[in-house]
Design a protein. Sequence first.
Length: 168
Amino acid sequence: MHHPLTVAHQLRLPVLGNLTIWHVDPETDGTDDSCDWFGRRKTRETGWYPAAVDDYERMEPVTQRAIDFVWWQWRGKLTTRPWWRHPRWHIRHWKISIDFVSKLQRWLWSRCADCGHRFRWGYAPVSTQWDGEGPGWFRGEEHVYHHEHVPPPPDWNDPREMTSTIAP
């Protein structure tokens, strides 16, 4: 499964940098595309053939090929939706991020977990977590490091220190 965030809109603001409006998929059906961002749900299995074609498997091969031909020729017209019904206009699912505000939060509140120093303006620290919360108001991020301070993974073995179990 992928991350449920998709960029819906992006605006360039003169002073604040980029304003990004993310569409956060609610994952109501257990997938990361429950809002059908790409319009992939319109298939024969999900009921986009007319009711007369319910017995598709029992039809003659010539009839099946004819139905498939008509389906693929008109698929674009059958699967299009009006622009206002696209998930990018699901305002209730929007999350807004402004580059300047994110950089300010990181610069003010986040510290390196190893040395404790703050990050310079615009620095992109390294994290050891996949799904961290990110910087917030009056709280920094956890488990973020300067690039040179990242700890090795817990199961990491230095190949120079490994000894062979096979006798030479």
